[in-house]
Design a protein around this ligand. Structure first.
Ligand SMILES: [Zn+2]
Ligand SMILES: [Zn+2]
Length: 135
């Protein structure tokens, strides 16, 4: 069964051919800013598995990151929903923002990254690995 998702306004629809290889939460300041929230929830899928069935996302090149590497942040140019991000050093994987998935019932983070900038009120589930910085 294909995994599917869309942005808030529906201008973008996507499908993912295979289940995610990894899932995680990113607490970096830039994810907080882009999401307008406390963190981003991410699912790493193969780049070749992601296909847009409607619309094309816009790209923001985020060069001012804690990791020092430029993050490609793809989003809807109409409603602004963040859809996925990618980094040059991992060309075979993209990181879906899982809040845009049609069905989020399977999502469970397997790690938390950039916990140094985690917002103080966010409580982490016991037993889920945390990293002070990026992976
Ligand atoms: Zn949209
Ligand atoms: Zn982040």
């Amino acid at each position: 069964m294909a995994i599917s998702g869309q942005c808030l306004c529906g201008a973008l629809h996507y499908e993912v051919a295979n289940p995610p290889a990894m899932t995680g939460v990113c607490h970096c300041k830039n994810c907080q800013r882009q999401a307008g929230s406390a963190f981003s929830t991410l699912a790493g899928v193969a780049t070749a598995d992601l296909a847009f069935t409607k619309g094309e996302p816009k790209l923001y090149l985020d060069g001012d990151t804690d990791s020092g590497s430029t993050v490609q942040r793809f989003f809807c140019g109409n409603c602004g929903s963040p859809i996925y991000s990618a980094i040059d050093s991992m060309p075979d994987m993209v990181f879906l923002k899982t809040g845009t998935l049609d069905d989020t019932s399977d999502f469970k983070p397997s790690f938390h990254a950039w916990c140094d900038s985690k917002q103080p009120w966010v409580a982490l589930e016991e037993g889920v690995p945390t990293m002070a910085k990026g992976g």
